[in-house]
Design a protein around this ligand. Sequence first.
Ligand code: SAH
Ligand code: SF4
Length: 437
Amino acid sequence: MATVLDIAKHNPNAAPIAVSDAARAAGFIEKTAELTVAAGAAPGGASLVGLTRDQLKDSLAAIGVPERELKMRVAQLWHWIYFRGARDFAEMTNMGKELRAKLAAAYTLARPQVVSEQVSKDGTRKWLIRMASTGPLDKGAEIECVYIPETDRGTLCVSSQVGCTLTCSFCHTGTQRLVRNLTSAEIVAQLIVARDAIGDWPGATPPEGAFVPNDGGRFVSNIVFMGMGEPLYNTDNVVTAIEVMSDGEGLTLSRRRITVSTSGVVPQMERLGAEANTMLAISLHAVRDELRDELVPINRKYDIAQLLDACRAYPGLSNARRITFEYVMLKGVNDSDADARKLVQLLKGIPAKINLIPFNPWPGSKYECSDWERIERFSEIVYRAGYASPVRTPRGRDILAACGQLKSETEKLRARARMMAEQGIGAEGVYAVGNGE
Ligand code: SAH
Ligand code: SF4
C-alpha cells in the first residue's frame, strides 16, 4: 500500500508523490522534500551572496529601501560583496547604521558550507561544498569544486549541476543517478568560497604554504565549467552566473578567461555564444558517430556533423579565439592513428585547439587509459597537422580531483535516487538519468 506524501506546501507546482511503505520504512521520507528544489530558484536561506543586481534590488526593496535609493544601494552592496568579499554588513561603512541593521536582521552574507578541503601535493585544492537548504526538509545538495594553481594563472573548475543529466560511459559523474540544476547564485558562490579559501580578496593573504600564482594577478584568473554537470542543460543559470562573475565592478573575470565545456547540446550553443560570449570547449572524444553514440550518448540526438556545424557558427572565432576540443584517451577504443587523422580532417576550417586528456580511471569503469607511447603518437599526428595538442597533465590525482572524477557521494542523494527510480518520479529541476533535455 502506498502512502501519499503531500509536498505541495513546499512546492506549489509539485504533484503529490506516492511513497511506498518500503521506501518509507527505509527512511526515505525525509529525502523526498528535496524534490521540491526548483531550477533557477533563489538560494535557500537569506544570503545575499551570489545574487544578481536585480535580485539584490528586490531584496533591498523588500526591507523598505525607497525606490529612489535602490540603484545606489545595489551598487554599494555589489562593491562590498563582490569586490571586497565582505562577510559582515558591519563592514559596509558607507551605508548608514540603520540600513546595516535592517540588512543584518533580514539577510546574511553566508557562504555555502565547506564540508571538506583536500590539498594535493601539487597544490590543487578540492572542496566539497554543501549548498544552503532550500526547504524545511532539505539538508543541502553537495557538489565539488577544484582549484588548479599554476605560476601565471589560477583556474577554478566549477560545477553547474548536482550530478549530471547525461551518462557518458567513461565519466564518473555520469553514474550519479540524480541531478538537480544549481541556481546561478550557487554557481557564483563556488567562486566566492574559493576566493575566501585562498585569500583572494583585497587585503587578504593566502593560507600558509599555499601554492598560488605569483605573477601579481588574481589567484583565481580563469574559470572552467568542467566540474559536475552539463552546463548547457542549465543554460539560464550558467549565463546569469557568468554575468555576475564577469561584472567589471565586482568579480571582474574576463569572459575570455571563462570556458564552458559541453558534451554537445547543440541547440544551446548559439545561445551561449550570443548571451555569454565565453570560450567554448567541446567534449568530442570520438570521430565516428557509432563510437560517439556510445561514449557520449547525447550524440544520438545531435550527431558529429550537427555539432561541428554549431561550432563553425559560434560567434567571434579566430586564431586568437579558438574552440577547445577535448579528447579523452581510451586504450584500444578511440586512440588509433586512423582516429587521429580523422580528427584533424573533421576539424579543418574550425579555429581549434585539441586537448588530449589521459583517461582517469575510477572504480568500476570499463576503460583503461591509453599507453603513453600511444598518446604521444596520437599527439604527434595532430601536431603535424598544425594543431598544438597539449596533453593535459593530470592534476590533483592524489585527491581524485581530476576530470570526470568529481562525484559527490552523499547518502541522501543515493537514497533519493533509489526512491525516485522506484516511483518513476521526476520534478522540475530534478532529473533522473538519461532524461534528455
Ligand atoms: N559536462 C561537460 C563538462 C564537465 S566534464 C562536458 O562533458 O563537457 C569535463 C571534461 O572531463 C569533459 O571533457 C569530460 O568528457 C571529461 N571527462 C569526464 N570523465 C573523464 C575521465 N574519467 N577521464 C578523463 N576525462 C574525463
Ligand atoms: Fe556529464 Fe560531462 Fe560527465 Fe558526460 S562527461 S556525464 S556530460 S559531466
